[in-house]
Design a protein around this ligand. Structure first.
Ligand code: AMP
Length: 368
């Protein structure tokens, strides 16, 4: 593994991005503004990130030759999704610096490893248990209680690979429906609100967190984010501290998101970590229009070995609204909304649940 402190790009150098979705697209756009080029690697010929870069590699992540050629073309490699296959990361890491480092993927690709890691740092999570069979699921329920959330250890996103178990449910049926042999059971958290912290960490160890974001999900998919979250300052400081501690413990270089639950009352911790995303994150999209430096630019700066920005918010981020599925068809309506900034990802068909774009509405401080 390369020493991340040795990476120092200059304008004109090339960043390799694994993954060609909207996150890769917005990373490449941020890099371009800083005079850096990007080459995107994705198996999907319709990748929205391909539209904004000159050079793209359309190949499978198992294609070692394509990975080697890609590595040869770029100066540093990053990723826009957490499920980068370990074998691909290994091939690339032998040739070019991969940032954030490969061990980050090992921790965050597996919900059990991630929860164990967070717990070892002394940070709170929902009570959880390893589940490998219907009998261990029954034992876990006996220990954790109901309601609880059963999640596959790997490849879950936007509520996929999850089932809520309630009193009276057929446990064997729920287990079969998840079609896995490795899962975790989590206590259902009666949260007051959901928040996230987007943190950037440089190879020097410096950490910069954005203001805490408050998130609303619909059908398990992020629908609206607001910043700053309506929580007391001390709680916001605690949330940023949690993200910072995690980034440091992972020896992280780049931007990461930590999703957390805020608990209403009680004597225990006020925030519990739900999930770590080792990448730029949907709940940080407001930073494009609502802050002096976006999450995408922070990520590019960090992996380039450049100084991090000191993000200043332009005002209250009233809403960052995801345009999901058919909602993208309303783009002309949004284009006419005063103060709204529209982002369209250039994806093909608007399938249900597919993130097609987003709109940010920022209220400047004087506009009260
Ligand atoms: P995840 O895939 O873990 O990010 O979960 C997606 C969403 O499901 C979260 O944003 C919450 O709204 C909900 N959720 C997940 N885990 C829990 C939990 N343990 N308790 C309550 N709600 C949860």
């Amino acid at each position: 593994m390369t020493d991340s402190r040795q990476v120092k790009l200059k304008p004109g150098d090339t960043i390799g991005i694994l993954g060609g979705g909207q996150l890769g697209r917005m990373l490449a756009m941020a890099a371009a503004r800083l005079g850096l080029r990007c080459q995107v690697f994705s198996p999907d010929p319709d990748s929205p990130a391909f539209d904004v870069v000159l050079n793209a590699t359309c190949a499978e992540y198992a294609d070692v030759e394509a990975l080697e050629l890609f590595a040869h073309d770029v100066d540093v490699i990053t990723y826009e999704f957490e499920n980068v296959p370990a074998a691909a990361a290994l091939v690339l890491d032998a040739r070019r610096p991969v940032l954030p480092n490969r061990k980050v993927l090992e921790t965050t690709q597996d919900r059990l490893a991630e929860k164990d890691f967070v717990t070892k740092l002394g940070i709170g999570t929902a009570a959880y248990a390893d589940v490998t069979s219907v009998s261990s699921l029954r034992e876990a329920i006996a220990r954790i209680g109901l309601p609880a959330v059963l999640k596959t250890r790997r490849f879950g996103y936007d509520g996929k690979g999850q089932a809520i178990i309630r009193e009276g449910d057929d446990i064997a049926k729920v287990w079969t429906s998840l079609a896995t042999k490795s899962a975790i059971l989590e206590a259902f958290v009666p949260y007051e609100r959901e928040i996230s912290v987007i943190a950037a960490r440089a190879a020097t160890g410096e950490v910069e967190c954005f203001d805490v974001t408050e998130n609303e999900h619909r059908d398990h998919i992020l629908k609206i984010s607001r910043a700053p979250a309506s929580i007391p300052d001390a709680l916001a400081a605690e949330a940023r501290n949690v993200a910072s501690k995690i980034a440091t413990a992972l020896d992280y270089v780049g931007v990461l998101a930590v999703e957390m639950f805020v608990l209403a009352n009680g004597t225990g911790p006020k925030v519990l970590v739900n999930e770590i995303a080792p990448r730029v994150h949907n709940s940080g999209h407001w930073t494009l229009d609502g802050a002096s430096v976006s999450q995408f630019e922070q990520h590019i700066r960090a992996i380039a070995g450049w100084p991090l920005g000191k993000p200043v918010r332009h005002g209250e981020v009233v809403t960052m609204t995801n345009l999901i599925g058919d909602e993208i068809n309303d783009y002309e309506k949004w284009l006419g909304v005063p103060g709204a900034t529209v982002h369209i990802y250039g994806k093909g068909a608007p399938r249900p649940g597919r993130k097609m774009g987003h709109v940010t509405e920022v209220r400047p401080p004087l506009d009260k």
